[in-house]
Design a protein around this ligand. Structure first.
Ligand SMILES: Nc1nc2c(ncn2[C@@H]2O[C@H](COP(=O)(O)OP(=O)(O)O)[C@@H](O)[C@H]2O)c(=O)[nH]1
Ligand SMILES: [Mg+2]
Length: 334
């Protein structure tokens, strides 16, 4: 049940906010993992990430797979990258899947959310982490700190990373100002409709981990709305106290242009409105359009450019026939 009282958010903030330095001893994490008999899987979604995929995999594999076997499985889920991402990821020792190879009998929806949902069908772990692969200043803390609250704290099922978000301004890196979709859309929306989540510092962060138990029991939205949907649905399912957040310091990633962010925001807004209607929080009296018109200036006139931004919802994995809770190899090409 969702608690709508904002004070709960601030009690939670004090109780369930951690700093990566609290978990910088991977051996202690390994011991805790072994004590609970857990298996940890990390899924890296990629779409044309040849610039950063090597350093990402290496920074996870060397300290956290080879030196200290905290992470048991490192998988890349790619969506037909046109660059060398796949070749480079394989050379770094990651297992690589194409999202369309997983559950090939289903219509492919595409986008980040679909790739993450499909990973539930191939990963083996009972603790699963998703980590963006376009981070420029990757450090192992982006992975291991997510496991701290899950392994050490009773009752935590879902952990979000947060950080300061610099932005590239021409040749300069300004220390704040990134995360524009978060500040202009996600945060206002959450404060308006889900004040229990007002204390989540980076609700759209692309670094998060959860127990399979919770991740298999919630729907996943396709596309960029996946993080917003997961947050709201996991809150609804297990309550605020099962959520935690970890300060990962500073994250530098690819800053997208405003037109791309606008399309991303359109997808997230669709997720939010859909969810609000499904939860009975608002009533929709009309069909929603899923076309976003942007404008291109050509020779002094404006040309409308329609973008179809379809957001689909995948059902909880544990309701899909053939899903095996312990994971399982449903795809070709392992
Ligand atoms: N597999 C897969 N990964 C994707 C897709 N779209 C984005 N990603 C990955 O998801 C992560 C976040 O995407 P990004 O474009 O950086 O979004 P932003 O950080 O929210 O601006 C990156 O690691 C991307 O490579 C997709 O369609 N399929
Ligand atoms: Mg990014």
């Amino acid at each position: 049940m969702i608690g709508y009282d904002a004070p709960a958010a601030w009690e939670w903030f004090v109780r369930r906010t951690y700093h990566h330095s609290q978990f910088d001893d991977p051996r202690a994490l390994l011991e805790a993992k072994r004590a609970r008999g857990s298996v940890i899987s990390v899924c890296l979604p990629t779409l044309n990430e040849s610039e950063t995929i090597v350093q990402t995999i290496r920074a996870i594999r060397e300290p956290l797979v080879e030196e200290i076997p905290l992470i048991d499985e490192l998988v890349v889920i790619d969506s037909d990258s046109r660059d060398d991402t796949v070749k480079l990821a394989k050379a770094e020792g990651a297992t690589v899947y194409q999202d369309r190879e997983i559950l090939p009998e289903l219509e492919p929806f595409g986008g980040k959310g679909d790739a993450l949902w499909k990973s539930l069908f191939i990963l083996e772990g009972d603790i699963l982490a998703f980590i963006d692969t376009d981070i420029r200043n990757f450090h192992p803390r982006f992975a291991y700190s997510l496991f701290g609250p899950l392994l050490f704290e009773e009752g935590v099922h879902y952990v979000k990373g947060f950080y300061e978000r610099p932005i590239q301004n021409g040749g300069e890196l300004a220390s704040t100002g990134g995360g524009r979709v978060t500040e202009l859309l996600a945060r206002p929306l959450l404060n308006l409709f889900f004040p229990a989540l007002a204390a989540v510092v980076q609700p759209l962060s692309g670094e998060y981990a959860g127990t399979r138990e919770i991740l298999e029991s919630v729907p996943f939205f396709t596309g960029y709305g996946v993080e917003f949907g997961l947050l709201v649905d996991i809150l609804d399912r297990v309550g605020l106290d099962a959520l935690a957040q970890v300060d990962m310091d500073v994250k530098v990633h690819r800053n997208q242009g405003v037109p791309e962010l606008s399309r991303m925001a359109f997808g997230i807004l669709q997720v939010a409105v859909n969810r609000l209607a499904a939860l009975g929080r608002i009533e929709l009296c009309t069909e929603l359009s899923n076309v976003l018109y942007q404008f291109k200036s050509v020779d002094g006139t404006y040309e409308p450019e329609p973008w179809l931004i379809e957001v689909k919802e995948r059902p909880p994995a544990n309701t899909v026939p053939g899903y095996r809770s312990a994971g399982g190899t449903r795809a070709a090409g392992r």
